[in-house]
Design a protein around this ligand. Sequence first.
Ligand code: ADP
Ligand code: ZN
Length: 565
Amino acid sequence: PRSADAEADASPATILHEVFGYAQFRGAQADIVDHVVAGGDALVLMPTGGGKSLCYQIPAIARQRAGRGVSIVVSPLIALMHDQVGALHEAGVSAAFLNSTLDWEQTQDVERRMLRGEITLLYAAPERLNTPRFLSQLDSLHERGKLSLFAIDEAHCVSQWGHDFRPEYRSLTVLHERYAGVPRIALTATADDLTRADIVERLQLEEARQFVSSFDRPNIRYSIVEKKEATTQLLRFIEREHEGDAGVVYCQSRKRVEDVAATLKDAGINALPYHAGLDAAVRQKHQDRFLREEGVVMVATIAFGMGIDKPDVRFVGHLDMPKNIEGYYQETGRAGRDGLPADAWMVYGLQDVVNQRRMIDESPAGEEFKQVMRGKLDALLSLAEASDCRRVRLLGYFGEVYAGPAAGPPQGGPAPLGGSEPRAAGSVGATCGNCDNCLNPPQVWDGTDAARKLLSTVYRVNQHSGISFGAGHIMDILRGKATEKVKQFGHERISTFGIGAEFSEVQLRGVLRQLIATGALAVNAEAFNTLQLTDGSRAVLKGETTVRLRESVSSPAERKPRRER
Ligand code: ADP
Ligand code: ZN
């Protein structure tokens, strides 16, 4: 065996230098490594690109060198296992994986080496820890004092509140119950308070020390613009700011993925589609091209991305809104892993709100679950509607008070992360200077009056006709347009006809969107998307709630180009 591991110096700093070739630990890494080397349990929350792998790889090597045997890394992604094991081999570390890609002989070979204690890091899929065969092998190691450490990567997969629930993760409590003395480190790049609490409970990490890094990705510029002609907006955005760059564009449906990829291709952009409906071979081919070629734009559903480690993704676009902020953070986080400037760009409109609400309403889940999902959606909607710093809001959602940009521009790697407790109070009203709202503060106007006029129009129209109508029709009445349909229903005789004539259609659409986003107006999906008042309408109608709205956001083409080309 090529064991650089045996008999060598077991100090973490030495391993960092000699095995990985790095000069210094980053952020909380040193504390985490010390804690785990000493046998403590840990829960590590660190953003993508923050350097989670070393947090368990170095303890694994240190403990192997100290004679403690094999570390088991639980990972849900086969591609990621292969990458990591490959990289460890190159660094001279004895690592292997057990998963469905191995044939019987290869599996037995890995098992034998593991049982002899020759492997430092063994990567395994979570379902393997359910098999009696694997557990009895771990028992054997454990009895001989050669079971060193468990690392549970992508730990949010244990939570149904997370965006990537994997039931197999639930059975990982076996680690704690069966091998009580063996330290465990769980890691994730995404976890709001609810998910974090769920991880602690599900994996029984109550005693573990929590290491929470700042989730800020200072090199990512966040922009959320109003959706008009989404595909055209995207095209303009790419042509203007990211010509020839690699990027990922997320769409909701497979059909839309195909359409958008085709449109981009027609415009001369090297775009490829990716969704679960494509042949596995085609998906693999597109993924390979994305990783290997320069400047490929992957147009994809959320089926694409997890475990794809491409450092120079210069932009992530969303043509449809994700389900919640965790999803948004995770997906946008795939941009700029190399620390260089990158864009997170999303178009968002009324239809997104309606679609997401409907998906929750129509899902077969229980009422409690739906309530949680609605709350999470609302948080994302208020991020989208915000007229103040997006970064402050985004980090605020993860419980972090943003204290302003770190000194100096981001350089060739993610900015240093804070220590283990960076969530100290920041200055109130901090801004990042690197989001659309900071760079181009939007005009804000008081939409309270418009909102009241809109709601009373809905009320009167429904009263008048005994049925409800859609947004377009309501806006026509408000603006005093006597269309065929208006005349047909006699709606030009309603007292609110034309009372909103001073507002532009864009303004009214913004009002409508915000009313729906905040639940003061409902869209009835079962009745042709017609508008209905809710309990929340009353406060607005009575003037108890003010409605503050951003003016229509300028389209990217109207923005100043960021870089000289
Ligand atoms: P994560 O899993 O948190 O997304 P990785 O473990 O993949 O992040 O690390 C991201 C990148 O940063 C990798 O290329 C890794 O080699 C590098 N890296 C991690 N820690 C350090 C360090 N202390 N010094 C220099 N580079 C580091
Ligand atoms: Zn900002």
